[in-house]
Design a protein around this ligand. Structure first.
Ligand code: NI
Ligand code: MN
Length: 227
């Protein structure tokens, strides 16, 4: 009955439930830390948080190969349909939907969302997954915002949070995010992929565990956490 969460580096996460592979932000081609090739990744559903190339990544190719349903905001949904993606489900911020494997709600994220060809990508989002009694919050690319406290009030089992700085929260603001969300477990992401977002995740782990009661797991690309 466990849920397995695998980090493929950057913001790319695979959540394996009893009956579905849920892939988030599959940036694999051109990602120097990716531990595998796009054609090796399983997916029944793909979630795209915003239009930037390091998040849309290989979505179109993986969706065409696997027939996965792609979930995104309405604007990215329309772009994906124009790219020939057959199965796509639009949602938008604040809205949840019950899928066969569980529920997902789109949350706010403070960031940009232009698509790789310059098309308008709407507002960026994060994802709150409700799976087999577990709540997983993937913040995706965002700065710190006080409403993270509202997300935390739901009782988060795992918060997947960026620490890279420069494009998203850095280590100090992400520590404040952990204090607002109060999740049981934290997985830091969106660091070390490029020189501009180099961080020391072990030092961050020590500080978070000293100042909060959340447990931090630092993974290598391709490693997993069981919930
Ligand atoms: Ni971005
Ligand atoms: Mn990014």
């Amino acid at each position: 009955m466990s849920v397995t969460v695998t980090w493929y580096s950057h913001a790319c996460i695979l959540i394996k439930t009893e009956d579905a592979n849920l892939l988030v932000d599959p940036f694999v081609s051109g990602n120097p830390l990716a531990p595998l090739k796009p054609e090796e990744i399983p997916a029944d559903y793909i979630f795209v948080s915003h239009g930037h190339g390091d998040h849309v990544g290989d979505t179109v190719e993986i969706a065409k190969r696997t027939g996965a349903t792609v979930v995104s905001n309405f604007e990215i949904h329309n772009w994906l349909v124009n790219q020939g993606v057959q199965q796509a489900h639009p949602q938008h911020i604040g809205g949840g939907f019950n899928y066969p494997w569980g529920r997902v709600k789109l949350t706010i994220a403070h960031h940009g969302s232009a698509l790789p060809d310059g098309s308008y990508g709407g507002n960026p989002c994060g994802f709150l997954f409700y799976i087999q009694g577990k709540k997983i919050y993937h913040a995706c690319d965002t700065g710190l915002f006080y409403d993270m406290k509202l997300i935390g009030e739901e009782g988060i089992d795992l918060a997947i949070l960026p620490i890279g700085d420069n494009f998203t929260m850095g280590p100090e603001d992400c520590l404040r995010a952990v204090k607002l969300i109060e999740p049981k477990n934290v997985l830091p992401i969106h660091y070390d992929t490029f020189d501009m977002i180099k961080q020391d995740p072990e030092a961050w782990r020590s500080q978070v565990e000293k100042e909060t009661s959340s447990q931090v797991t630092v993974l290598k690309p391709g490693e997993s956490i069981e919930l």
